[in-house]
Structure formats: C-alpha cells, structure tokens
Design a protein around this ligand. Structure first.
Ligand SMILES: Cc1ncc(COP(=O)(O)O)c(C=O)c1O
Length: 478
C-alpha cells in the first residue's frame, strides 16, 4: 500500500503532487515515523512479565493498589511516548487545527461535535454573563441565583419538556442525585461500561450498604435473567447506563429497555446521555429522549459540555416530589456553587439555537459527516469497534504500546486522536478514539482513514499481531 500524504500538506491540489514527488522509501527512512516503527518499546509493562513482576514484588498489595500500579505502568509509558497531557499551543484556537509541540494537527479528538463553543453568539453571551454578575456568582443556588439562571432553567424546560435541575458538571449532577434516588432496599445493576462519573457516585451508596452488581455491556438477556432473580427481593431494580457510550460510541438499547420496564415495573433506568445531547432529538434534547416513550421510572442526566458548547450538567426527573428531594437534599445541589455566569450565558445562547430551526441543520450536517466517516473507515478496512453511527468511533488495537505508537505516528502525520487506554477500556482492549466534528472536511476524514490503513498493519506487526487478529479479538466482521 502506498503511503498517503501528510495532513499538513493537504491543500487539496497539493495532495496528488505530494504523492508523486515523494519517494515513499526515502521519506520514511528519514522520518520520525520510521523511528517509531523500528524502536520496540520494551515489553516490560502489562504483558505476562509485568503481572509477574507486580505479583512477585507485592504479594501484600491490595486490589486497588494493584489497579493503580497497572494504570501507572500504562500511563507512564504513554507519557514516554508524549501522547497524554499535551498542551494546545495555539495562540487562538478555532477547533480545526491544534498546535502541539510546534506541529499542526487536524483535530479528531474534541467532543464539541458542532463546534458551538466557537460560535460568536455563545462567546458574546458568556462575556455578557461576566459583565453582569462577575467572574463568579459566589452563592450556592439554595441561597441565591441570578435571573439568567432562571431564564436558562425555563429554556431547558422547553427543550426537555420537564423542569431541570442544573449542576456545575455532569459528575456533580450524578453525585448529587444518585445517593438520593436509590433507596436502601433497592438494588443497582451497573452496565459494565457506564461512565466513570456514574461509578464514582455509586461508591457513595455502596458505602451505605446498597447492593451493586455489574452486568455485561448492553446484554439484555443477562439483564432480564438478573431482574427475574432479584425482583422478589428488592423494592426497585436500577439499571445504570450511558445513552451513548463515551469510548466505543455505541447506542444503549433504550427502546428495548423500555419494553423490559413494561414487563418488570420494578425496573428503573438511570441514563447518562452526555454524548447524545444536541446532535439528536427534538430541540437537540438528545439520543435518550429521542428513544424514550415515557420518562416514568427514568432519570436522565445530560451535559451542557460536549456538543452543547458550554459546560455543566442537567438532571431530568419527571417525578416532581423526587426531583424536589434531589434539589433540596442532593449534597452537590446544596454545598457546591452554581454554574457560573459566563457558562450560564453560553448555555442560554446555545439553548436559543436548540430552540430554533438551526439545530436541525446542524444535526443533519453532523449526521452526514458521521456517515461519511463510517464509509471511509469501512472501505479502509479499519477495525471499528461497535460502529454506531455516532460522533465517536473506536479503532480496536489491543496492546497499549501499539496504541502509543499509532497515536505518535498519526501526530507525525498531522492528526490528533485520543488514545483510549485502561482503565477507560479494558486492559487488553486499548485502542484509539476518533471523534467527528463539523470542523473536519470530508478530505480530512478520508486522509485520516488512508493514513490509518497504511500504518496500522505495520504497527500491529511490530507487536507480532495483525489486523486479522484484531478483527477476531473484537469479533468484527471483515
Ligand atoms: C458519558 C459522560 N458522562 C459524564 C462525563 C463527565 O462530565 P463533566 O465533565 O460534566 O463532569 C463525561 C465526560 O467526558 C462523559 O463522557
């Protein structure tokens, strides 16, 4: 396969010229890419030797210490590769190209899928928020809030059809809500891949003695079996999920779950739809709401960050007395500060866009890009895991060292993607997360697919594996 053009040289007409001019062999010999391909990262980390090393050295280490050691090993190696905790060196960033270590990189890593964070209306409204109320409004909302905060709540009411509770972040929304809604006689089933921010809040109820079990990812058969066994023993059976999973980008089977709720009225759903917000649903209210027939026995948490273009988290609780309980007693609802004036301002401007026809134009544009990305990756023969038609795409790799190499090579070639490493994914299923945004052109997407198709087999073979094996590992069809 021929080496594709570097993205820094991707002015449309120069691509072909570049292809012709460059002798692939000569260029590669000199390049840092070649160095990456030739330097075998010492396999001391998370292979069999490492686990042996850890076990031998630390017989008395606890499970959580072992977990931290493993994370430490993987992340240290990623730091050696210089692919994490990077700095965006742009003097002014517009979402399209990042400058990292002096190199321009096409941005395939941001979750601002529409790029609304750069919209002049949001910027202006954020600045107005500061002009009116300062850089912070230093009151917990239980004491005092601004008229802008009220206005935002009323706009969200129009978007979601229910009066919302607003928190500074989605994580804080979970922390405020989950300990209040789950009763001591309830049981909690956690989807294996539910977001870490949900799992963090779950620890509070575990400490209270609530039983929590993990169920295989989106496996409705196992879920139903569990419900049948548990229903005689608990008041409510909660199932905690993401609407769209943040690493693999797959959709939760929400319609099927609502069918299960009809069969088992004890089943309650808690959905974190952070990545489903804006780009799907009426008024951009998100994937979950676009699927749900009813909000009875459903609690929805979503995000004003990601596609919405601002920051903060929202809880949609249709059961008014329960919503009131969370508002009054949820610890982060009382003890944490409010969404600050600049962010409330940006949220108001974004909400106005959501309540106008413009949201559907943005949704259509993004869906078209997603479709294009999906077909490019398919034609390029890439191991796309789960393959939901969402703005998140996950390329399965496996070995974390191979992830480090491919991310580094992509950076050399002018692309930024997210390394997806343990514990965000399982220890043996590391990969790269590629996001689709309206900043990218079709040409950008095509080039990334070409570059990946060219280098991925080379990197895999360095680690004595192949695309075939990756396809098998993730049970993907070629
Ligand atoms: C699914 C999901 N939920 C929650 C969060 C946390 O959001 P926040 O930064 O608002 O706490 C994230 C962050 O990436 C996420 O992907």
């Amino acid at each position: 396969m021929k080496k594709p053009a570097n993205s820094e040289n991707i002015s449309e007409s120069s691509r072909l010229k570049h292809k012709l001019k460059s002798s692939v062999a000569i260029q590669e010999k000199k390049s840092k890419v070649q160095q990456v391909l030739q330097t075998i990262v010492s396999p001391k980390k998370i292979d069999a030797n490492t686990s042996f090393r850890i076990k031998e050295k630390s017989i008395s280490l606890s499970k959580s210490e072992l977990f931290l050691n493993t994370v430490d090993d993987i992340w240290n190696e990623a730091h050696q590769e210089d692919i994490l905790h990077l700095v965006c060196e742009n003097k002014k960033f517009n979402g399209k190209k990042l400058i990292v270590n002096g190199k321009k990189l096409l941005n395939f890593g941001s979750c601002g899928y529409f790029g609304l964070e750069f919209d002049e209306r949001l910027r202006k409204s954020a600045i107005e928020g500061i002009s009116k109320y300062g850089t912070q409004f230093a009151f917990p909302p239980i004491y005092m809030s601004t008229p802008d905060y009220r206005e935002l709540k009323s706009k969200y009411h129009q978007i979601f059809g229910v009066s919302p509770l607003i928190a500074q972040t989605t994580t804080l929304a979970h922390l405020g809500c989950i300990p209040i809604i789950v009763g001591d006689k309830d049981i909690v089933l956690l989807d294996q891949q539910v977001h870490n921010s949900v799992q963090m809040a779950i620890k509070i109820i575990v400490a209270r003695g609530v039983i929590v079990k993990t169920v295989p990812h989106s496996n409705l058969e196992v879920l139903e079996e569990k419900i049948k066994k548990l229903k005689g023993h608990h008041k409510k059976i909660w199932y905690f999920i993401d609407g769209i999973y943040s690493m693999y980008g797959d959709f939760a089977p929400i319609k099927e779950l609502q069918e299960l709720q009809k069969k088992y009225p004890q089943l309650s759903l808690y959905i974190d739809d952070a990545h489903g917000m804006s780009w799907l649903g009426k008024h951009g209210s998100g994937y979950a709401l676009s699927q749900l027939e009813t909000l009875d026995n459903v609690i929805l948490a979503t995000s004003h960050a990601k596609c919405f273009g601002s920051s903060g988290g929202t809880l949609i609780i249709n059961d008014k007395p329960l919503a009131e309980k969370v508002r009054k007693f949820g610890s982060t609802m009382i003890f944490s500060g409010p969404l600050q004036p600049s962010l409330v301002g940006a949220c108001i401007a974004s909400a106005d866009i959501h309540l106008s026809g413009e949201i559907y134009l943005l949704q259509d544009k993004l869906k078209e890009k997603i479709k294009y990305r999906s077909s490019c990756f398919e034609v390029a023969g890439l191991p796309v895991v789960d393959g939901g038609m969402t703005p998140i795409s996950f390329i399965g790799i496996g070995d974390h060292r191979a992830v480090g190499d491919i991310v580094k090579i992509l950076m050399e070639e002018g692309f930024y993607v997210n390394p997806a490493l343990f514990p965000a994914v399982s220890k043996t299923r590391n990969g790269i997360r590629i996001t689709t945004t309206l900043h990218q052109t079709k040409r950008n997407i095509q080039l990334l697919a070409d570059v990946l198709a060219y280098y991925l087999p080379k990197v895999l073979s360095k680690y004595k594996t192949s695309l075939e094996e990756v396809f098998q590992k993730y049970s993907l069809i070629r």
